[in-house]
Design a protein around this ligand. Sequence first.
Ligand SMILES: Nc1ncnc2c1ncn2[C@@H]1O[C@H](COP(=O)(O)OP(=O)(O)OP(=O)(O)O)[C@@H](O)[C@H]1O
Ligand SMILES: [Mg+2]
Length: 295
Amino acid sequence: MTAAELEQVAARLAVTIAADGLDGGLSGSQVRRATRADGTPAVVKITFSRSGWDRTAAERELAFYRTLRAQVGVRTPELLGHHRSDECVAILLSAHASIRPAERWTRELWLALARDLAVLHETPKPPGGQWRHGADGIVPGSDPERWRSFWRRPGEADLFRPFFDDPESLISAARTVPRCFNHGDCHTDNLLVDDDGLIWVDWQSTGIGRPGGELAFAAGRATPSGATVPLADMIELYAELRGLDPVELDRTVVASGLATVLFVWPVHLREDDSVAADRMHHHARHLAERWLAGR
Ligand SMILES: Nc1ncnc2c1ncn2[C@@H]1O[C@H](COP(=O)(O)OP(=O)(O)OP(=O)(O)O)[C@@H](O)[C@H]1O
Ligand SMILES: [Mg+2]
């Protein structure tokens, strides 16, 4: 993104845009603080892309703020303006509090997340083809040889063998609870924290998915940080709020978390001896033992 392009977006949205970015940015998006003509603070998220995944995701997030925001039942920023051209999609959002690193999340925050998810997941499935449909199975590019060579610390080969021999057992267990509306990228970097609770941002991946997958993802994504996630209590609260069987929900969350950890993480992560890697291995073994104990 050139300075001239940024200037053009600022002019269209009638804001001045700060020079440095906010955190995030794994996607092709830039997120910056901005100031409106009346002096109020705002946040601008700009995706410079003509086509492909980044463009689709940016259009999806804009569509979310324009058409679904009022229905989802959780707090999200307000859409204050937007700008679309062949080159970019830009959204101007109300500015809110900051994120809080996962390791500093309290038990109350994790339970607030479970409560918010129970509300969000009751959103009626939206019409239109722009919403994302989660993979609902093993990701492309993952293969048993890679799993076996990644998970090779002492004891892991024996513990994980049943899952590598029969991945479908986990995948089908992850599919037992019906699909629902999902945030799609539910982790602590996309949740702003203020005195009243959580404010949900980053709706680029929103769509339809499994409720257990979303709960498991939030917990799994926090694992490398060393966060203590009260997952069992979150599952119980969520099940109660949605009138689901807590035992069935627990099984599907554990299956989903384990399938993601065992089959997907090796695609994305490099094995090393860091503290974060130790925590991942511990998390994987803990989930596997929990799954096997419940059979
Ligand atoms: N309305 C807002 N108010 C305050 N901070 C915000 C707001 N929106 C985003 N942020 C901050 O900016 C960061 C990045 O925003 P966002 O998550 O939307 O984009 P991203 O992570 O760069 O995109 P992606 O996840 O699609 O790669 C967030 O983690 C949060 O810290
Ligand atoms: Mg984000």
